[in-house]
Structures are given as C-alpha cells and as structure tokens.
Design a protein around this ligand. Structure first.
Ligand SMILES: [Fe+2]
Length: 331
C-alpha cells in the first residue's frame, strides 16, 4: 500500500483555497476541493469572500475601541448569569487544560466579547430566545458585529451546501441546523506577552465544539493543524477566510467529514497585543448528536455519537453552566 510520506504532506501554504463566487455557483471543482479538504484536513480557505476588508476593519475598530475601555466599564458587561457567554469576559492568566475532550484554552488574560446571530426569528418554534447586550460606549458596535455575522452566516450556508453536494446527500440537509442555530460571534483581544517564546504553546490542541468555525487568515498567526501526526503551520493570504470543520459536523456526518484538530503556538509577534474574531456556526441547542439521515457512522471517526443534545455536550466541554440558555430552549 502506498503510504503518504512526509514529502507528500502539505507545506505551509497548501491549505486548499476556493473563491466564494465559485462556491456560490456550485462550481464542481470547488465542491471537490472543499469536500476533499474537509475529509483530509478539516479546513479550507475562502478567497474573495463577502466579508470585505472595509467590513473587517470596522469590526476590528469597534472591538479595539471596546477593549481599550477601562476595566470598570468593561466589567459592567460581564454577564454572571451566563458566565460570560453573553457580552464581555476577561480570562485569567496562564494556560489551562480544561474540558472533557482535552479542549485547551488560551487564557493569558485574553478578553472576549460574545454576541449571537440576530435577528432571532420569533416565529421559529425552535429558536433560542435570548437577548444580546451591547456596549453603549462604542458607536456602531452592534451594527458592525451584526453586519459581519450576517455575511458569515451566509457563507456558512454556502460551505455547508457544498459539503452536502460533495457527500451526495440533499443539498440543504445542513441548512436547518444553522438556520435554527445558536451561532456566536467572538471578538477577541490577546494582550501583549513580552515573555512569549516563539514556537511554544499558546492554545492547547483541541477541536472546536461547533459545526464550522470561521477566522481571518493571516500570516504567522501561529495556527497549526494536525495532519498525519505532524503539526502543519497555516500561513495564508491576509484577506482570506479560514473555515474549519468542527466536532459537531464530524458527529452529524458520522465521520464523513473530519473535525480540524488544531493548536496555536506563539509567534515573534506575540509580544504585541492582537485583536481578532472568530465566528462559530453552531447548531440548534436541542440537536441530538448522532449522524443525520443519509449518513452512517464510519469506523474511523474520532467523534462518536453522543446520546445527548448539543447544549448539554457544549456544557460538558466548556465546563460552564449553561442553565440560562437551557431554560430558553422552546419545548
Ligand atoms: Fe479552536
């Protein structure tokens, strides 16, 4: 049997790329590229996507404005009833290995802002009934976050549609998951770390507990993806969007698609503060974690079927009490 060798492993720039137009048009080669990449690496790059540089700049600008507010002001936006799952949270210093599946968290005093896709369709019987909070100190914060959330949500539909077509299942099979989903926007600020040693661990290896995760690419951000037992640094064009498959997609497809096992290492720029964002395309909280119709569990899947729903699974993994959200799941 032909074994893949190190020489055949991807180099630093080989995360496959598709353009958004090709994806949207259902271009066959793009669908193959994205499908194969999600089976091989669990990650792909999207070029020329709708989240243009101007929208990204506006988003990062309001994020920087918020994170530069005083600790007292920001503290007002910490929501204790959700343990920081809505609004602002500042993490403690240090690295922590937490979560049942070995999920690692970047701590080091990082700050997050969490908001959820709006508008929640009140007519949708499965929609989660929660309200975002918004900082009144930063003009246009809500509109810039929501603008990018809408765009990223639309991109997630197109990615999932391509993945369904590649898997030869009904093209819209994943759409209801996201439509009723609990997708979250996370703005992040990592403080300067003057003691950071390039190459040392910044975020412990983990799989995201979402369907898809979107993050802005960029050279030398320290993201690495495990492939054939080797950590491959991901360096890409600055303007590209990275989309990774996460645990829930692997579970719902029975392992047809592979969740991206990744980590982050320190880089020579870790001594500078960094503001960025991640958009998590999440399923509805009550989705049971077993393969969807047309998919069956593959033996080689790392992620096995769970006899619990997404919300319970997320709670177990995050080690955060999500009872506030659970109480708002329509029965
Ligand atoms: Fe992650």
């Amino acid at each position: 049997m032909l074994m893949e060798t190190e020489r055949n492993s991807p180099n630093l720039n080989s995360i496959p790329v598709v353009t958004y137009d090709e994806l949207k048009k259902g271009d066959v080669s793009s669908i193959h590229k994205i499908g194969e990449s999600f089976q091989k690496f669990g990650i792909i790059r999207i070029a020329h996507h709708p989240l243009k540089s101007e929208a990204r700049a506006k988003l990062l600008d309001v994020a920087k404005q918020f994170f530069s507010l005083s600790a007292e002001v920001k503290q007002q936006y910490f929501d204790s009833k959700t343990n920081g799952m809505i609004g602002h949270i500042k993490l403690p210093d240090g690295l922590k290995d937490g979560g049942q599946s070995g999920v690692g968290y970047f701590l080091e005093g990082a700050e997050f802002w969490h908001s959820y896709k709006e508008p929640f369709d009140r007519q949708q019987e499965k929609a989660l009934m929660i309200e975002n909070v918004w900082p009144k100190e930063v003009e246009n914060f809500r509109s810039h976050v929501m603008e990018s959330s809408e765009l990223l949500n639309e991109i997630s539909y197109q990615v999932l549609r391509a993945l369904a077509i590649f898997a030869k299942v009904p093209a819209d099979i994943f759409r209801p998951l996201i439509h009723n989903g609990w997708s979250m926007h996370r703005l992040m600020q990592y403080p300067a770390n003057p003691k950071a040693v390039p190459g040392t661990i910044r975020v412990l290896p983990h799989r995201d507990v979402t369907v898809l995760s979107f993050l802005m690419a960029g050279n030398n951000n320290g993201l690495e993806v495990l492939h054939h037992k080797k950590w491959l640094p991901v360096t890409t064009e600055q303007q590209d969007l990275l989309v990774s498959a996460s645990e829930i997609l692997e579970i719902l497809t029975g392992g047809f698609y592979k969740s991206c096992y990744h980590r982050v290492v320190h880089t020579p720029t870790s001594h500078l503060p960094r503001t960025t964002f991640i958009y998590f395309a999440m399923p509805a909280p009550q989705v049971m974690l077993h393969p969807l119709p047309h998919f069956s569990l593959r033996e080689n899947s790392k992620m096995k079927t769970k006899e619990i729903n997404f919300m319970d699974y997320l709670e177990q993994n995050l080690l955060v009490n999500l009872s506030y959200f659970k109480e708002r799941i329509p029965q």
